[in-house]
Design a protein around this ligand. Structure first.
Ligand SMILES: *Cc1c(COP(=O)(O)O)cnc(C)c1O
Length: 444
């Protein structure tokens, strides 16, 4: 057991030149663990001598592995612009730069400068959002799930909310309307059938305990065939007549008319507002193209009630959200869609994508790749079953092997009919060269 005596002393070990410049505290913690593991291996005769060089290397490796980024950028070559697993909407660097002036300094987040007293955090984006949407008032919370929860809890705790059976949606994993409803304390009153709900179904459901008539956007599915849903205008008429609140959870609200006829039966916010809903809510990071947030808009009296709910303190947004959101909204007001990457990518002409794909193909080798016209979807629980054109670079070879190879290099492609595709729809051109390099390395 003499070999145990050769185990390095921790205090001396961490001062070795190989560790120069590293944090002593972190290094000591890691080295202790490694030396202890080595001691156990020696005691159980799994190791008979100490290799000091490899011990140093192991400690260095552990140190750097621990500090390697967990959250890191990926290159989205899937063609899906609002990729939920890859962070939904991108933020333009200029928007972030403008917002950083607030984030990196003290600010008037809750300070009323003209009066020299405490101010309102919700005032900031409110002015711009009211101007953009043309509504009486707005409120921003953590995400749209919070928005739904807050509205239901404020106005329908212990009361009934009428929703069509065809709209009891589940959004990506853990957001289910019936469950959110029961958590909020509201009582779900389902009406109609899965495929058809008529205005009379809503009317028949109304009783003395009804609080809200709610419509939920079918964000990630469509109902085809023998089906119909009730127009919002009819729901509105009923809510007015019975002095109830009507509320439309849009999921993904958006501002400009979308290309490729995508707006045909998926209306922009302005169109939804023509029916004058009491309240609407939508996500900040779906088609709106900003940060994660839930935007509630509608009648001032109702927004005031929401602000009085103690829950708001738990759902409230940080200055990071507010500052970036404010800059996005100002970009909308000035119609600077170039500052909203989600829209910029969606509006990019396929000819432009085609040119870039042809350029990449030339660099990689035209005998081992080709450019194809195909289609993609928006993703992120928006525009269900709607496809629109895109251009992809097809790299020849075994698709699964190529997919794995590129994925290991932070490039996430897509497999379609056994072809490995680099789809250009959600791919910013700054990454073209990186893809060319990766493809060339694969082929050599
Ligand atoms: C996406 C969505 C939500 C949840 O919004 P988040 O911003 O992801 O919390 C709620 N309702 C509908 C209809 C949605 O599409």
């Amino acid at each position: 057991m003499n070999v145990l005596r050769d185990l390095p002393k921790i205090d001396k070990f961490v001062t070795l030149p190989a560790f120069f410049g590293l944090s002593n505290t972190l290094l000591t913690r890691i080295a202790k663990d490694q030396i202890e593991a080595l001691r156990i291996r020696i005691l159980s005769n799994k190791t008979t001598q100490i290799d000091h060089e490899s011990l140093i290397q192991e400690v260095l490796d552990s140190y750097h592995t621990l500090l390697a980024p967990s959250l890191k950028p990926l290159i989205n070559a899937t063609g899906v612009i609002l990729h939920t697993n890859m962070g939904r909407s991108l933020i333009d660097p200029e928007i972030l730069d403008r917002a950083s002036r607030v984030l990196c300094n003290y600010s008037n987040l809750e300070y009323n400068q003209s009066k020299g007293c405490r101010g309102e955090r919700y005032e900031h984006v409110s002015k711009h959002l009211r101007a953009l949407l043309g509504v009486e008032d707005v409120l921003v919370v953590n995400n749209n799930a919070s928005a739904v929860f807050l509205v239901l809890n404020t106005f329908a705790k212990g009361k009934e909310v009428v929703v069509s059976r065809g709209e009891l949606v589940e959004i990506g994993g853990s957001f289910r309307i019936p469950e959110v409803m029961s958590q909020s304390g509201a009582i779900l009153h389902e009406v109609g059938a899965t495929n058809k709900t008529k205005a009379s179904d809503y009317a028949n459901a109304i009783n003395e305990n009804t609080a809200i008539l709610m419509k939920v956007h079918r964000s990630n599915f469509t109902i085809e065939g023998f089906s119909s849903e009730t127009e919002y205008a009819d729901i509105k008429t009923l809510s007015k007549e019975h002095k109830l609140i009507d509320y439309y959870d849009l999921g993904s609200g958006y501002i400009p008319t979308l290309p490729y006829n995508l707006s045909n039966d998926e209306h922009p916010i302005s169109k939804v507002l023509e029916d004058e809903p009491n309240l609407i809510s939508f996500s900040g990071d779906k088609l709106f193209g900003s940060v994660q947030a839930g935007i509630i808009a509608g009648k001032k009296g109702l927004i005031d009630e929401l602000k009085k709910n103690q829950l708001l303190r738990m759902l409230r947004v940080d200055k990071i959200t507010l500052s970036i959101l404010e800059e996005t909204i100002k970009a909308y007001l000035e119609e600077r869609y170039d500052l909203i990457p989600t829209l910029k990518l969606l509006f990019t002409d396929t000819d432009e994508l085609q040119d870039r794909a042809e350029m990449m193909r030339k660099e990689i080798g035209s005998e081992i790749s080709d450019v194809i016209k195909t289609s993609t979807v928006m993703g992120g629980g928006t525009l269900p079953n709607k496809e629109f054109p895109t251009i992809a670079l097809h790299i020849h070879g075994k698709a699964t092997k190529l997919e794995r190879y590129f994925r290991a290099r932070d490039i996430i492609g897509r497999i379609e009919r056994d072809m490995f595709l680099i789809d250009l729809r959600a791919l910013e051109s700054k990454y073209d060269q990186q893809i060319i390099t990766a493809a060339k390395e694969f082929l050599s």
